[in-house]
Design a binder for this molecule. Structure first.
Ligand code: BGC
Length: 783
């Protein structure tokens, strides 16, 4: 329940009483009106609204049920009656949302329904693994399906708008929000962004109540915050911005995402909240986005702390002018926009554009025709935690597991084996849900302990947590040692608790916290085989822990059904098939570390000087990560050979280049492999990454089976932001690598002949090869 002050409650009751006299039928649209186009209905409504009512549509408040920043001091109910609120966030449940919707619809002049927003990030009540984990599945269909389930549950509980997907590329695991995205790679990130948007929004017509409005966030480059410190400053070149950080947003827009959220950070000196380069130039003019943009929590107010606005009025002016449509929780638009328009500081046409986009979303969601279609208590009761949803959560959690090491101890045989289960996360129903676990409840959650007890009944399983994730208490070690002494094998479930990753959880050390590393050493000392099961929201620096374990299974924060999913993988009922969506560093000192880096002028020691030290390296650690991007083992093995190119050269306007590889399951059990294709542009007008992912396919092969896997490359796949800031490919030699991770050694070469003049992907409204020099500078003039 929201915690309103007493006078607020009195006002709320008064408005509800007045509203009760208004017939609910009066808010239902006349069939003739309902059949008019969304654009016509928006125009007709907009034309009748006062300036204050228009501004109201741009105002969003939180119910205070779930807050990530300072709470608003305004009482919301009277403002609702005056049409002064367009959206609420963090109102939970069908009954509660219905109550607020009724208030808005029945007490305001035009009966305009509210949007109810919530962070449905990896499930509403059935919690799926964290997004970084599901990215490790590389399974687009199942990711889409998971979001559809999340949307179905949320929609039954009154939510019509999720603040997801988070599509920020993250190359710095010190940043705790890496847990919320799809990892480091723009190609994989874009594919997953599309899948998630489709999952939440369906075909975008919202014809069924199993779909809700999505919000691609945080626009943009939030993952590039300096030093990995959350909310901190960002400064990336325009080329890096366009090639690394923007593609997943562009993909989300192409997939029809209804809304975007502006990021907290500044970018090259302009906060994203008031950044016309991002919100106007790129988003609207280049990509043709027609939805609306919401600020992040109090983002407009924070323009003052950034030092880019002197007061709230100026912050509101800058944000609206830049293209920011809805004010989440700043109380900047509500008090200031009408006056700003009247004084001529902001053109009314800009206000109208923002209001129109918000109203259009409400029409598209069907809220004007039935404001309560998303708040159905009966449907809520029968929808949440359906058996098939839990099955899907279990399925995706198993597919998200990444086997990082296995000397043969896995899979476990269940008969006759005695297991010691230790570690603070072995029976942690809350923590395995991870960050942003929505309405997920620990009572619904099945832990690793609960699941393994089914498979190893009675004395076969000895559980002793040993320690907590934090603190220094090692008194539990004795019990863990004694469990280990009686067991054939030890499973140590270590990592991060739910509050150690996600928002505001930046870390300077990524080592196992508290006494966990010591517990692992104790377990190794027992002489029994040790399986390290990692539950975490991000890569941890486990280089010294790695030799202590015979097998390492990365389960991330696996969600409601994490326990059974992990048990399936440990016992071989499911063969692990996850691959890392992020490079796994050896140490924090290597960060940022990612596979698609530039070569440097001195990539290697000089061949003619054995003692050469003047090349790009560390004197105290290798350049290589502990595990490369794309890496993941299986209980079977795969081999790649017979790499064939359909032609020696790719001709613009000609047929795509076919790349074929033979993949063979060389082990003794069926398994799934992620076949990955990387390219390298040998010479460019600007330096190019050593490798870039340009294709992947997840395939299943029976033991001994071999199959040809085919990819098609076109010039568009080779395009980049050239020296003159035009977008396109450059002729010349390219390498192609195919394999099971980003170190793939099987390679071939081809030629791209002549510069293509017109490509079909990239900027959607500007013609290709359009020079766009110094866009950042040009954009400053718009502020
Ligand atoms: C986060 C957003 C989130 C918003 C609303 C902010 O603190 O940065 O990702 O959507 O809160 O809960």
């Amino acid at each position: 329940m929201p915690t309103h002050r007493p006078q607020c409650i009195v006002a709320l009751i008064a408005v509800i009483c007045i509203a009760a006299f208004v017939s609910a039928a009066s808010v239902r649209a006349d069939p003739a009106v309902a059949s008019a186009s969304v654009e016509d209905r928006v125009r007709a409504l907009l034309g009748r609204m006062t300036l204050e009512e228009k501004v109201g549509q741009l105002v969003q408040y939180s119910s205070r049920q779930d807050m990530t920043g300072p709470a608003s001091s305004s009482s919301i109910a009277p403002q609702l009656g005056a049409g002064g609120v367009g959206s609420l966030l963090n109102i939970i449940g069908a009954a509660e949302t219905r109550k607020w919707q009724r208030l808005a619809v029945e007490s305001s002049r035009f009966h305009i329904p509210l949007l109810f927003g919530l962070d449905v990030v990896h499930g509403y009540r059935t919690i799926f693994p964290i997004p970084l984990a599901t990215a490790a599945s590389w399974d687009l269909a199942r990711i889409e399906h998971a979001e559809r389930i999340a949307a179905t549950e949320a929609a039954a509980a009154g939510i019509n708008w999720t603040f997801a997907p988070m599509v920020d590329i993250a190359r710095d695991p010190r940043w705790g929000r890496i847990a919320e995205g799809a990892g480091e790679d723009p190609f994989l990130g874009s594919a997953i962004a599309r899948a998630r948007v489709r999952g939440f929004q369906g075909d975008g017509r919202f014809a069924t109540t199993g779909t809700i409005l999505a919000c691609a966030k945080h626009f943009a480059a939030y993952g590039a915050v300096q030093a990995g410190r959350d909310y901190f400053t960002t400064d990336v070149s325009e080329r890096t911005l366009r090639e690394v950080y923007l593609p997943p947003f562009h993909a989300a827009v192409d997939a029809g995402v209804g809304t975007l959220m502006a990021a907290f950070n500044d970018l090259d000196g302009t906060p994203c909240t008031s950044n016309s380069f991002l919100l106007d130039r790129v988003l609207r003019r280049e990509w043709g986005f027609h939805g609306f943009v919401v600020s992040d929590w109090a983002g407009i107010e924070e323009l003052r702390a950034h030092g880019s606005a002197a007061d709230l009025r100026d912050a509101a002016r800058q944000a609206l002018l830049a293209g920011l449509d809805m004010d989440m929780q700043s109380e900047a638009y509500g008090p200031h926009l009408a006056e700003l328009v009247r004084s001529g500081a902001v053109p009314e046409s800009r206000l109208d554009a923002a209001v129109s986009a918000i109203l259009a979303a409400k029409f598209r969601l069907g809220l004007f025709d039935d404001p309560y279609r998303y708040c159905d208590e009966a449907r809520e009761k029968t929808t949440l935690l359906r058996a098939e949803f839990l099955d899907a959560a279990r399925d995706l959690a198993r597919r998200s597991c990444v086997l990082l090491k296995n000397n043969g101890v896995l899979p476990l045989k269940t008969s006759g084996l005695t297991v010691a289960l230790v570690g603070p996360l072995a029976d942690a129903p809350f923590h395995q849900l991870g960050a942003w676990h929505g309405q997920g409840r620990k009572e619904d959650t099945v832990t690793v302990r609960a699941a393994l007890e089914q498979m190893f009944p009675g004395e076969q399983l000895r559980y002793a947590p040993g320690c907590e994730t934090r603190g220094e208490d090692t008194t539990g070690f004795a019990a863990a040692r004694s469990a280990a002494a009686k067991a054939d094998v030890i499973i140590a479930v270590l990592g991060e608790d739910a509050d150690q990753s996600g928002e505001a959880t930046s870390r300077t050390s990524l080592d196992l916290t508290g006494p966990q590393a010591a517990l692992l050493r104790e377990m190794r000392a027992s002489g029994k085989p040790v399986i390290l099961l990692l539950m975490t929201g991000r890569p941890l620096t486990i280089e010294s822990a790695e030799p202590l374990a015979d097998a390492i299974l990365l389960a991330w924060h696996p969600g409601t059904m994490g326990g059974p999913a992990i048990a399936d993988v440990l016992t071989g009922a499911c063969n692990p098939s996850g691959h890392l969506p992020v490079t796994w560093p050896r140490s924090v000192g290597q960060i940022p570390i990612f596979y698609a880096h530039k070569a440097s002028g001195r990539p290697l020691p000089r061949a003619d000087e054995p003692d050469d030290r003047y090349f790009s390296h560390y004197i105290d650690a290798p350049n290589t990560p502990l595990y490369p991007f794309g890496f993941g083992l299986s209980y079977t093995t795969f081999a790649f050979d017979q790499l064939r190119l359909g032609a020696p050269a790719l001709r613009p306007g000609g047929a795509p280049l076919t790349v074929t590889v033979r993949v063979r399951n060389t082990g003794t059990r069926a398994g799934e492999e992620v076949v990955q294709l990387y390219v390298h542009d040998r010479v460019g007008s600007v330096t190019r990454p050593v490798r870039e992912l340009k294709g992947f396919q997840k395939i299943g092969l029976a033991a001994g089976e071999a199959r040809d896997v085919e990819f098609q490359l076109t010039p568009a796949d080779l395009a980049f932001w050239r020296a003159d800031m035009t977008f396109g490919a450059e002729p010349g030699e390219f390498d192609v690598f195919v394999g099971g991770d980003s170190n793939a050694s099987l390679s071939a070469q081809f030629l791209l002949e002549t510069t293509p003049t017109a490509l079909t992907s990239g900027l959607s409204t500007l013609p290709f090869n359009t020079p766009i020099p110094h866009l950042f500078k040009a954009a400053q003039g718009l502020r």
